[in-house]
Each structure stands twice: as C-alpha cells, then as structure tokens.
Write a protein that binds this ligand. Structure first.
Ligand SMILES: Cc1cc2nc3c(=O)[nH]c(=O)nc-3n(C[C@H](O)[C@H](O)[C@H](O)COP(=O)(O)OP(=O)(O)OC[C@H]3O[C@@H](n4cnc5c(N)ncnc54)[C@H](O)[C@@H]3O)c2cc1C
Length: 381
C-alpha cells in the first residue's frame, strides 16, 4: 500500500526501522501465554522498547510516551510487524487501559500507573467478564463496597487473558443493590493481593495464561477507582471503543499475515487448488482495505472526532478477515498444515485456532451486529 507520507513521517519510519533492526531478538521468544518464562521474556522486551522510548509512542512524554499522533503510531505498528518483533504482552494495559486512563484518570493516577505500564514493570489483565455476564456485561455481579478510604471487592471473574502471570487487573464492579448500567465502577486490583485467587484455564493450544479470578474481601484504596463512583459503565464503553476500534488490532498485523499468505501461495501453488488464488487476493485486498479504513478513522480522531459505534464494524471486519486469511492458508497447505512447524516458521494452524476466538473476544460479533443495527442503522431493538 503506497500512501503519500510527509518527509517527517518518512524520517520517523526510517528511525523506527533502524532501531528495530538493531534490537529485535534474533530468535523468536516463547509465547507469553505458554509459560512464566515466555511471559517474563516479553516483559524484558517491553523494558528494551522503553529504553528507546518506544513503549507507547502516542502517550504524553511525561507518562513514558513520545507525544506522537495516531498516523505515526500506525507507521510504528507497520514497522513493528514488518520486523517480526515480539507480541505486546501488556496489550491490555497499553492499548485498552492506557488510553482510558489518559481520558478519565486524575493527574496522580496517570503519574502512578502509566510510566510502569509503558515500561512493562506492571503488566495488566482485564477482569470484566463473569460466568453470567459476558455479552450482557451490564449483568456484572461482582461488588465493591466502600469502607472509608478503601473498597472491599468480592466476586468471580472469568476469561481474563494473561491474568495467571500479570501483575494488575482492571475490573468492573457494582455497588450492592444497584442494577444493570447504574452503580458500576472501574477499579484496579493487584493480582497478588490477599483474597485474590487466580486459576488457570488451559486453552486448546496448551497455553495457560488465561484465567478465572475469585475475589474474597479484597481491600484496595479508593484511589484505584477510575472516574467517579457509578461511572464505570460509561468508562468501560470508552475502553471497548479503543479495543474494537483502533488500538487492539492494528492493520499491520493483517497486512504482514496477508503478505506471508501470498508467499505461501507462491511456494505451494503447484500442488494447490487454483481457485484458492482468488482467496489469497481477497485476503490481501481486505487487509489493505482495513488499513485504509483505519487511516481514515485515525485522521478523523486527530481532527477531534470520538470513536463511536463504527468501532463495531472494524471489529467484525478484522476478526472475519483473520479467519478467512488463515482458512485459506490451511487450504493451500492441505494435510501438511498438521505437521509440526520448525522454529522460526509460520505456525498457520496455531494462528488459525487463535483467529477462531476473534468473533468472541472484545465483544462477540453478534453483539457488534446488534450495536450496528440499533445505533448506526436506527433499527428497533
Ligand atoms: C480468547 C478470549 C479472550 C478473552 N479475554 C478476556 C479478557 O481479557 N477479559 C475479559 O473480561 N473477558 C475476556 N474474554 C471474554 C469475552 O469478552 C466473552 O467471551 C464475550 O464477551 C462473550 O461472552 P460469553 O462468553 O459470556 O458468551 P455469551 O454472552 O454467553 O454468549 C454466547 C453466545 O450467544 C450470543 N449472544 C448473546 N447475547 C446475544 C444477543 N443479545 N443477541 C445475539 N446474540 C447473542 C453471543 O454472541 C455468543 O455467540 C475473552 C474471550 C476469549 C474467547
């Protein structure tokens, strides 16, 4: 994709590229969800990123960022994926909670939480879902009771990515006696606090970072509440906008995967069904279409717009693109897709299995379609 960048943007790209070429580990790291060792290796990589001030380029300098704009962030992401740099173990922190803290946090909260997030010293998990509250997040039952300068937290959270190894979680709790969207607060708690029990949920690929969390009379300072008491729903919808709309899945991820798919096709087309070429082209074009759409969204946000329900269209697009792209790779490989991959080789099967979760996490695609129907198309509930 050839966009016309300014000389300053081109110079920035060259700077990112040079730094990554000098610093990206030669050997791929063990996955951060697989073992404590893999997780800590990724934390170390976050420290290395921070040593070059690349932790989160859009954040203000005083909080560990570079004060750059969203277009520069997209350029950074393109170079990051192009270089094959390690996955961001603190993605829940830097991409979801970070922008929310910048919008809703007090100066003291930003100073306390953002710099260690940018450097990987504190890695975050998201603790919103509960056994009876996933799609229907307003059904959250975990409670926060105010006791002087503290909150006492109780409840059961589930499907919390990386919570087995992470340091902190941002959770959604309600004042007892309140219902639905009223009386909720977003509160941070350390995952090693007395009263917190974290149980691993093993994934189909054997990874153990995923977890359920039990909270029994967990005490945290009232300082750990983001925004006003009872404003939790409003705040977590802003976080969900960052998650679905722009930050969590930047287009470069899919453009690099689509380029790898084109390479796979070149290597295997002699043995593959010729009709698959159309799927390869479609995946490639969809990855570029997603990138163009995100550049447009970034430009609108930089002009002062807020991300709205169109974040739901993005989420459906990237999750369906990811599945189609990986399904195409498996069709090209045929039974060979089942073979164990060598270190450094693309693991199409493992990535396909993860892609299957895309229509579920960050809010299921059925729910995104409901949001589009009601809030963009004005259809009845
Ligand atoms: C890989 C992965 C990582 C995750 N990470 C986190 C995390 O870090 N933190 C966290 O808090 N949560 C996380 N989740 C949880 C995720 O947000 C929920 O799984 C998701 O919101 C769906 O909720 P549920 O699982 O309770 O399913 P349900 O809400 O029980 O939904 C079941 C099915 O019914 C459909 N459905 C439900 N209501 C409606 C409706 N009104 N209209 C149409 N269809 C409907 C859903 O689309 C779905 O297909 C993760 C999930 C996955 C798979």
């Amino acid at each position: 994709m050839d966009l016309s960048y300014t000389p300053e943007q081109q110079a920035f790209r060259a700077e990112v590229r040079a730094w990554l070429e000098a610093h990206v580990p030669a050997e791929p790291l063990e996955h951060f969800d697989a073992t404590r060792g893999g997780f800590e290796a990724h934390r170390e990589w976050e420290r290395t990123l921070k040593s070059g001030d690349w932790g989160m380029v859009t954040w203000p300098k005083e909080y560990g960022g570079r004060g750059l704009d969203l277009i520069e962030w997209l350029i950074f992401e393109e170079e990051y994926y192009r270089a094959g740099a390690p996955g961001r173990v603190n993605q829940n922190g830097i991409f979801l909670l970070g922008p929310t803290l910048i919008e809703f946090g007090t100066p003291e909260q930003k100073q306390r939480f953002l710099p260690p997030m940018a450097s990987g010293e504190e890695i975050w998990a998201q603790a919103w879902s509960e056994p009876q509250a996933g799609s229907d997040l307003a059904g959250v039952r975990a409670t926060a009771v105010r006791d002087g300068d503290e909150y006492v937290l109780n409840g059961h959270k589930i499907w919390s990515s990386r919570a087995v190894f992470a340091d902190w979680a941002f959770g959604l709790f309600r004042e007892p006696g309140t219902e639905r969207h009223k009386g909720m607060s977003l509160i941070f708690f350390p995952l090693d606090a007395p009263g917190v029990t974290v149980n691993a949920i093993r994934k189909i690929n054997g990874h153990v970072g995923f977890a359920e969390i039990f909270l029994e009379d967990v005490r945290v300072p009232a300082f750990n509440r983001l925004g006003d008491e009872g404003q939790g729903w409003h705040i977590c919808m802003a976080t969900a906008g960052f998650e679905r709309g722009l930050m969590l899945r930047s287009p470069a991820r899919y453009q690099v995967a689509a380029a790898a798919l084109a390479g796979l096709w070149q290597d295997h087309k002699q043995d593959a069904d010729p009709v698959l070429e159309a799927d390869v082209v479609r995946a490639f074009m969809n990855a570029d279409a997603y990138a163009l759409s995100i550049y447009q969204t970034a430009s609108r946000l930089m002009a002062g717009a807020k991300i709205g329900p169109e974040a739901s269209t993005n989420k459906i697009f990237w999750s369906e693109l990811d599945i189609h792209l990986h399904q195409t790779a498996l069709s090209i490989l045929g039974p060979k897709a089942e073979l164990v991959v060598q270190p450094g080789e693309h693991d199409w099967l493992d990535d396909y299995i993860f892609a299957l979760a895309g229509p579920i996490y960050a809010g299921s695609n059925e729910i995104q379609r409901n949001i589009i129907a009601e809030r963009m198309l004005g259809l009845p509930r």
